[in-house]
Write a protein that binds this ligand. Structure first.
Ligand SMILES: Nc1nc2c(ncn2[C@@H]2O[C@H](COP(=O)(O)OP(=O)(O)OP(=O)(O)O)[C@@H](O)[C@H]2O)c(=O)[nH]1
Ligand SMILES: [Zn+2]
Length: 360
């Protein structure tokens, strides 16, 4: 076995580097390109990148729409970074925090034609690093010496890898008596791509041959831990465990998909935009994200690993039902979970029903 990192491990390194502000190299048919996350870029690195040649800022079509920039590549736009652009200019395009104070950022020139695959991968890497989906991309001239120690990823192998769910290791299981159920065990699952661990809380000893009462709960630091009134997550978490405790059996997956998969920092950016008057879906779009960036295949994978093939799913979200079925987990019943409505989250819940199809 080779001692050095394989592609999966190099992707994990790339993610960590982008979070630190270190560029990553992509190699492909078009030569080598450097990419760097707009959010974590520092001035000295920006100067080095600008010195390399024609730099693009890759943005999602969602973000481009707010900026009135033409997205010629479907889901993304390649904005030409003008000579003399500084970090402030780049950050303002990436981050909508100051959109209302300085609405006119353009006119922005965007590229049309030519390859955009590296730009697309740059955005995907930023998203998986839980950063703003905005990256500088610049071709590296052939005459440059080897990119001193930068993680290098092959374009062609990267896209299919990012489509796959990483294998999950079932690390450990231990008993944790809960207020809701004394007979409870916590399972820890660790993805092999270095991303966050996910948890399963098994209540009692559910019969693997029958549909299990189940909940796929996405992490919500503000709701689950702080008791935030802006969402219904904390009450849903407690109600689900209580019902499993009362029935004596169930499984709750606690998935590290904070902020519908955009991470806590971006969720707080979305909250700041909501303070400016945008709703939960509009805020995600202004940041450059889709309404929901979660991958529910993960939940199906954990259920299957634990030996469950059918569920009575506690949810109001039709996307969760559809994804379970398409991943081979039979949904025998939907169990509604309507708790925790407050004056602070009534609008949020109404928007989820109107725009995301949540069942009432
Ligand atoms: N981006 C974003 N995420 C939010 C916001 N409010 C809550 N969240 C996140 O949304 C997720 C809520 O997840 P779930 O409880 O699974 O909710 P759901 O998709 O509505 O489905 P059910 O609760 O099963 O009906 C958590 O990850 C929260 O952190 C918000 O305004 N913006
Ligand atoms: Zn929440």
């Amino acid at each position: 076995m080779a001692l050095g990192p394989d592609l999966n491990e190099n992707v994990a390194r790339a993610r960590a580097d982008l979070r630190m502000g270190v560029p990553v190299a992509l190699t492909g048919p078009e030569g080598t390109l450097l990419l760097a996350a707009a959010e974590t870029l520092r001035p000295a690195r920006l100067a080095e990148i600008l010195a390399l040649g024609a730099v693009d800022l890759a943005l999602t079509a969602r973000r481009a729409e707010t900026l009135k920039a033409r997205a010629y590549d479907g889901d993304l736009a390649r904005v030409v970074v003008p000579e003399g652009a500084d970090l402030r200019w780049i950050r303002d395009l990436a981050d909508p925090a100051n959109d209302l104070d300085s609405p006119m950022k353009g006119p922005l020139s965007t590229r049309r034609g030519g390859p955009a695959e590296a730009h697309r991968l740059a955005i995907r890497l930023c998203k998986t690093a839980r950063l703003l989906p905005a990256a500088l991309v610049v071709p590296v001239p052939a005459r440059l010496p080897a990119e001193g120690g930068l993680v290098t990823l092959p374009v062609e192998a990267l896209a299919p890898l990012l489509d796959l769910l990483p294998p999950l290791d079932h690390v450990v299981t231990a008993r944790v008596p809960l207020r809701a159920a004394e007979q409870a065990r916590l399972h820890i699952f660790r993805p092999e791509d270095g991303s966050d661990e996910h948890y399963a809380i098994e209540i009692g000893r559910p019969d693997r041959a029958a549909p299990v009462l189940a909940r796929l709960h996405s992490a919500c630091f503000t709701g689950d831990l702080l008791g935030s009134l802006k969402c219904d997550c904390g009450p849903q978490l407690n109600a689900a465990l209580m019902q499993m405790g009362q029935e004596g059996a169930g499984v709750l997956l606690y998935l590290q998909q904070e902020g519908r998969g955009i991470g806590l920092a971006n969720k707080m950016r979305a909250y700041a935009l909501q303070d400016q008057g945008f709703d939960t879906v509009e805020a995600n779009h202004r940041l450059g994200f889709e309404d929901d960036e979660r991958d529910f295949r993960l939940g199906a994978q954990i259920l299957q690993t634990l030996g469950f093939g059918a569920v009575r799913l506690m949810t109001n979200n039709p996307a969760k039902l559809a994804m379970m079925e398409s991943c081979g987990i039979a949904v025998a019943e939907r169990v509604p979970l309507k708790v925790g409505e407050t004056p602070f989250n009534a609008r949020y819940l109404a928007v989820k029903a109107e725009k995301s199809g949540h069942l009432l």
